[in-house]
Structure formats: C-alpha cells, structure tokens
Design a protein around this ligand. Sequence first.
Ligand code: ADP
Ligand code: MG
Length: 326
Amino acid sequence: MRRSCRLPILLLACLLSPGAGAGWLHRDAAIMGTSVSVELWTDDSARGEGLADRVMAEMRRIDTLMSTWKPDSELSSVNRLAAQQPVPVSPELFRLIHRALEYSEITHGAFDITYASAGYLYDFRQGRHPSRAQLAATVPDINWHFVELDAAHSTVHFLHKGVRIDLGGIAKGYAVDRCIDLLLQAGVQDALVSAGGDSRVIGNHRDHPWNVGIRDPRNHDGLVSVVPLENAAISTSGDYERFFEENGVRYHHIIDPGTGDSARRLHSASIIAGHATDTDALSTSVFVLGVEKGLQLINSLPDTEAILVDNEGRLHYSDGLEPAKQ
Ligand code: ADP
Ligand code: MG
C-alpha cells in the first residue's frame, strides 16, 4: 500500500475569489509515514508561506521524537532500554505516553500502546504476520500496566521484558493539535491541518463549515458521509489503510490487544471532537471495540461523536448525530 494515497479525508473545498495578497494557501508533504497537509487563509502570502513552513517543521520535529522507524528517535531508545531500567524522557514524550495510558484506562485496554510487543512482528508492505507460536509468545507482553511512569523523575520503565510501545495510534493527532495551536497563536482564523486520517480545522472556511468526507472503506472513490466541521477535529481509522490479504483474511494495522490479531469488528471508525489527539486515540479505540461497546464509550463522552462502518458495510451513528443522519 502506498501511504501517500491513504488520506481518507476528501476535502470539498469551495472556490473563493481572494482579494489582492489574500487567499488560500495549500501545502502537502510526506511526513510520519503519511500525507500531511495544511490549508490556510492568509492576507499576506509571504507570511502564509512562513506559517506553512513552521507547520511542516513541527510535524517533522514530532516525527523525530516519536517514530519507531527511526532508530535514533527518543521513543526508539525507550524501547531499547526501558525493560532494563527507568529511562528519562522529555516532558513532551512523557505527557503523550501518560495521555495514551489514560486512554487505555477509559477503553479498558482496547487502546494500548504496548500492542507493539506483538505488533512489531507485522510487516504490511511485505505481507507478513506473526505465526500462532509468535503470538502465543508475545501477546502476554501486551499490557499497558507494564508501563510505569514516574512523574517526579520524568522516566518510563517497562515492568516486563519484551514490552514495546508505539504511539502510532495517537501521535499524528497530537501533531495536528500542535500545528493548530501554532496557527491559532499566529492569529490564523481559517485553516485545516491533516496528518493521514487525522484532521482539525480552525474557523468555518470563511463563510460556511469545512466539509470533510468519510471515505467508503470498500470503494476508494466513494464517500459514506460528508461532515461539516467548525473549530473541530475528525479522525478516521480504517482497515483499508495498510493491509494485505491471505486466504481471504485481511491483516491490517489496528491490532486487538487481547489477541495480537487485526481487529475485525469494523471497516472504519470516524470520531469527531474538539481535539485531534482525542479523536485519533478514540478512532483507534473504537475500531477495536466495535459497534456496541464503541458507541457506548462515545455516547458517554461530552462533545464527542462517531460514525462507524461495521464489517457488513452498515453505518452506525452516536446519539448526537442520530437526528442528522436522515
Ligand atoms: P492511522 O495510522 O492509519 O492514522 P490509526 O489512528 O487508526 O491509524 O492508528 C493505527 C496505528 O495505531 C497503527 O499503525 C499502530 O501504530 C497503532 N495501533 C494499532 N493498534 C493499536 C491499539 N490497539 N492501541 C493503540 N495503538 C494501536
Ligand atoms: Mg488513531
């Protein structure tokens, strides 16, 4: 699968006629193993270009900190050392791991960054998945309780050998939030920042909401829904992003921590809320939980909505969206 064409979000941009020096600025880049983009309205194109540069630099900075693909990232050194001793980490990485563990708590372990203890055995490009024996050996290492954080010393310690962590289910949403904060601080009033399936918008696209499409999980060119957004975030987790099939079984990148196997209750889960860190973690979580438990969780959270496509292609909505679906 080419990661660069994985964006499940299709932006239905409206055409506006900008005044002199003012207009929409759009920038794309391949960062964090995905397609990253920023779109913003600016009155001064040079200033807008400068802001787009800063957004991309921020995405790269977070990738350098949190990638498991880069051996010299801070996260990679945690994975190398934390089973032997507490490893000091930056306050930023500490906070995000802490946040991820909070999501483990509220999802009863459906969201679990230690999924990587078995998850590292998958290679979706090569079409490789762990054998039964490998899963039997590594699934016991999946347990977020094995990650011990010490706030006083800002350290991470794994209480079990074989534990690995991966922030792929939350880091892109976090990066989007950081970039949106940067734009808000610069006074930007209309913008969209996306990293793969995670997006957040500022403003209302000048005169009406931003419209973000949710892709049909089994038809690359189709949409199952178009969501109007104002000052909000949306994330979609799907089984069509990184996958391969073997004997009719689809193996993809969202792992059920209970089994170490790909989660197969849904085809996609889209979550809408204020911040992309939350929608990112929740879309991965709800994808694992399935329709019933997933909607139960989302309906219990304030200002958070969901649109799910189950494994038979049926749509399901959280309570707050029920009136809108007709
Ligand atoms: P994408 O990376 O396509 O935006 P998601 O936000 O749905 O997708 O997250 C999928 C990523 O989350 C995987 O690539 C992996 O890094 C990580 N992940 C997979 N399963 C879990 C899980 N059960 N809990 C936490 N993170 C997970
Ligand atoms: Mg996610």
